[in-house]
Write a protein that binds this ligand. Structure first.
Ligand SMILES: [Zn+2]
Length: 400
């Protein structure tokens, strides 16, 4: 007779703390339970010894009251040694509260945020969401979220149910509205298929978009734009945009301008991998569009590689939340490593992205938002797929 157990009984470790995960066998099958941390319980004092990234020196660090310290802390539990410790990962283009059909309920949004967290993503720049996710800010167990309000597009010129849809005459006002709703970013859709033209076309007259960007800046917000096409990215960078999403249509001159002005690029290479499927779906009705998408896809590594070489600030974004699932930051890091190498790719998803968004690195007194690896990810980037520990606000939220 198999011994039964209740899945509600969280097993404890030798010190009486709930285990983050537990693998066992019963009824002939082996499986792992992963338990959520107790949000109200006292945070343990932790000790780790490992190589701090990007610095590279083996170092002792302690975590007390949710913060990093390099001063020894009495009674700390050693949770990792001989490891590599990176500042918490950043997904710079992600959508919490959004699914393929538009806004999702809070339970689904929570599952999205937890999937990201458990993959090591502890800071998200949300690149537009139709759901109100303000409640996430109250949750210590969920990643930090920097919002861009809701996407702004034109009627019939973007995915249904995602965007606030306005005509160009109303763009400036809508940008102001979204600037006040977000956390310092506004997201506009720069181009999309124009069904009459049968190909990608910019959504906005260039003078309108220039005025809209100025309005956002006056509100203290930065503007980022979805751009697949060649023309929209050139016009938007010229109009003073602060960030480009995807950027498959970048040419050499625009890359140079972005590098000079420090305009951020979040290519979402993992999303660009879906272009051949988008092309196939549109082939019969829109053959020019399909050919265009295939051409953008075919030169994607060359285009983004040129931006890397030119010194454009590049960040890791998964575009999770529409079609792509959450928790896939490691896959984007691996694709970025193909164009810039492992250390570049990890920096794009960690310390460089955190600095850009105003988040802590691993410094005295910083919030202990850490991802711990069992091997050096700079040697083998696939290590990023399997963090041995994820620590958020000083709590172990996930262990291998
Ligand atoms: Zn997106």
């Amino acid at each position: 007779m198999a011994q039964h157990h209740s899945h509600d009984d969280v097993p404890l470790d030798a010190l009486g703390r709930p285990l983050a995960s537990h693998t066992h066998t019963h009824d002939g099958s082996t499986h792992t339970h992963v338990y959520a941390p107790v949000p109200d319980g006292p945070a343990s004092r932790l000790h780790l010894r490992g190589v701090l990234l990007p610095g590279g020196e083996p170092t002792d660090l302690w975590v007390v009251d949710g913060r990093v310290t390099f001063e020894p802390v009495a009674g700390a539990l050693t949770v990792a040694t001989g490891c590599w410790i990176a500042p918490g990962l950043v997904d710079a283009h992600c959508h919490i509260g959004m699914g393929a059909q538009g806004a999702v309920d809070a339970e689904t949004a929570q599952a999205q945020a937890l999937a990201d967290r458990d993959a090591g993503t502890l800071l998200i720049r949300d690149a537009g969401s139709p759901a109100d996710t303000r409640w996430v800010d109250e949750r210590e167990d969920l990643p930090r979220l920097i919002r861009a309000g809701r996407h702004i597009a034109r009627p019939r010129r973007y995915i249904r149910n995602y965007a606030e849809e306005v005509e160009p005459d109303d763009l400036v006002d809508e940008v102001r509205t979204q600037a006040r709703r977000g956390d310092g970013w506004v997201k506009i859709v720069g181009d999309w298929i124009d069904r009459e033209a049968g190909d990608l076309r910019p959504l906005w007259p260039v003078e309108v978009v220039r005025e809209a960007i100025e309005a956002a800046h006056a509100e203290g917000a930065r503007v980022t734009a979805h751009c697949f096409d060649e023309r929209s990215v050139t016009e938007l960078v010229d109009a003073g945009v602060d960030g480009i999403e995807h950027g498959t249509g970048l040419d050499d001159a625009t890359i140079e301008t972005m590098a000079e002005r420090g305009v951020a690029l979040t290519p979402t290479l993992i999303n660009i991998e879906t272009f051949p499927d988008i092309a196939a779906a549109g082939e019969s009705k829109f053959p020019d569009y399909a050919a265009h998408m295939r051409a953008l896809h075919a030169r994607r590594f060359e285009t983004i590689g040129k931006a890397v070489d030119a010194g454009v600030p590049i960040y890791a974004g998964t575009d999770a939340g529409g079609v792509l699932p959450h928790g896939i930051v490691a896959a984007e890091v691996e694709l970025l490593a193909r164009v810039g190498g492992p250390e570049f790719a990890l920096g794009a998803a960690s310390w460089r992205a955190r600095e850009w968004l105003g988040a802590d690195g691993i410094t005295e007194g910083a919030s202990a938002d850490l991802v711990v690896f069992g091997a050096d990810p700079r040697t083998d980037i696939s290590t990023v797929r399997h963090p041995v520990l994820v620590i958020l606000r000083g709590r172990v939220v996930k262990r291998a």
